[in-house]
Design a binder for this molecule. Structure first.
Ligand SMILES: [Zn+2]
Length: 462
């Protein structure tokens, strides 16, 4: 996510009018990173069937999950993001009404530092699943949308939205369940694997849906409602916005279908927002390689505030090009190369902040100042006392460390190494060790990241 300027999260106040095209030479990946890794064929299969009530403030439905663990387990743990301190304070609430499944023997909430009824929902299984053994569960849910504002879930006149609105399967392959506590900071704390995802949303017929995944045109209305469907084979999470959107669809030279949507009276038109998005995709592809998804939807919400990234969808609050660029960068760093957003928040936020430099010259003085801030870039989300401290260290110092590492090690080699990192770790949950491994041959870059506390000695290749 990114908050609008005022929080000092960015090195550039706004994108310069004289935007120059990306002129860096194409990276030349070497070693085993010439091709992008494929997603795990045994990844979860998630099916969401949701209905936005006529009151436009209540979502009901069912999430079914086929889960095949890579380690033995006798439970499934879901993260209930709307019950976290920030979303709950805005009146949002997610309740699991019922659980079904042949292997299910019980279920219950765990607090995890969230609000009533809890931040985690645990489904207990009759027997331990072996690695590679699948189970299927279905969760009936009710999601209450809170007030207007810059949150992941909310409703305002003419628009309702919910991102991380369904119970999120909190599995980290190779590690196990992520039961990390919620923190009262404006940042993410979730960990989730990519899943083969299908979404159906029934909504009042006057409204248009913009969500994660490749959307099909809705069938004609029945009883005043239309049902919208989408598929995203590699979604870690899902965002849905439903509103009186005017939309424009445009396709990038690489074939990415972008759909932008704006509400009546918006400060920017849908075609303009789509054009901004296409430019951001092109600039970022020049540095990081092909855009990860087939589609990208960008609904512009009524509030000012910033942006929040979701797989192949962005909730944009305020028509700010730099924020949009930052969120598009998250499609590589978070969407494709996943991370524990609690344990290693710098792996998505420092990289997305660093990626802003593809479109704007950086201010060397600001970079040096940010890099001199005290504290470790690589701290976990419970390592920050204030939002300002979190943004200052993870976004600013972390982004500065990556910019400095590139400058020190040489742009061509650093860019090639990061492309290798991206391609080798596609569709996984990466760790700082993976960053260190990609930079093994660039000791100057490793030194910069170690000095900044992004990497520690244990991460370094031996
Ligand atoms: Zn971000």
């Amino acid at each position: 996510m990114l908050l609008l300027p005022g929080c000092g999260t960015s090195f550039v106040d706004t994108l310069a009018a004289e935007r120059s095209p990306t002129t860096a030479p194409p990276p030349q990946p070497d070693g085993d990173c010439a091709t992008r890794a494929e997603p795990d064929p045994d990844r979860p299969v998630v099916d969401l069937d949701l209905r936005l009530d006529d009151d436009r403030r209540t979502v009901t439905g069912t999430q079914s999950v086929v889960f095949t663990p890579d380690l033995p387990t006798d439970e499934l743990v879901f993260r209930l993001v709307p019950n976290g301190p920030g979303p709950a304070a805005a009146g949002n609430r997610l309740v699991v009404d019922a659980v079904r499944g042949d292997d299910v023997v019980g279920s219950g909430y765990e607090d995890a530092g969230a609000e009533d009824p809890g931040g985690l929902f645990v489904v207990r299984l009759a027997d331990e699943l072996a690695a590679g053994e699948a189970t299927e569960v279905a969760l009936d849910l009710t999601l209450t949308l809170g007030e207007d504002g810059f949150e992941r879930v909310g409703a305002a006149a003419g628009v309702s939205w919910w991102a991380s609105g369904a119970p999120l399967l909190a599995w980290e392959p190779g590690v196990g369940w992520a039961r990390d506590p919620f923190v009262d900071l404006p940042g993410e704390t979730a960990t989730s694997p990519v899943a083969d995802t299908t979404i159906r949303v029934s909504a009042p017929e006057a409204l248009t849906v913009l969500m994660t995944g490749d959307q099909a045109d809705p069938a004609p209305p029945v009883d005043g409602r239309r049902t919208w469907t989408s598929v995203e084979p590699v979604a870690r999470d899902v965002s849905v916005a439903v509103g009186e959107f005017d939309t424009t669809t445009a396709t990038s030279p690489g074939g990415v279908e972008v759909t932008a949507g704006v509400l009546p009276g918006a400060e920017v038109s849908a075609p303009e927002l789509a054009e901004w998005t296409l430019e951001a995709i092109e600039e970022l592809e020049g540095r990081f390689g092909p855009f990860p998804y087939a589609t990208l939807t960008v609904p512009l919400l009524p509030d000012e505030g910033g942006g929040i990234e979701y797989p192949s969808s962005i909730l944009l609050a305020g028509a700010d090009r730099l924020v949009l660029l930052h969120e598009v960068a998250h499609m590589w760093f978070y969407g494709m190369v996943g991370n524990s957003q609690f344990r290693d928040p710098w792996l998505d936020e420092a990289f997305a902040s660093y990626a802003e430099s593809v479109a704007s010259p950086v201010d060397a003085g600001e970079v040096a100042e940010a890099l001199a801030r005290p504290g470790e870039v690589g701290a976990a989300m419970d390592g920050f006392d204030t939002a300002a401290g979190y943004f200052g260290r993870v976004y600013r110092k972390g982004g500065a460390a990556l910019l400095t590492a590139r400058e020190t090690a040489g742009a061509a080699g650093f860019d090639a190494a990061l492309r290798c990192y991206v391609d080798a770790n596609a569709w996984t949950i990466a760790t700082p060790d993976d960053v260190a491994a990609a930079l093994t041959h660039l000791p100057a870059a490793l030194d910069v990241l170690t000095d900044a506390g992004a990497l520690d000695e244990e991460d370094l290749p031996r």
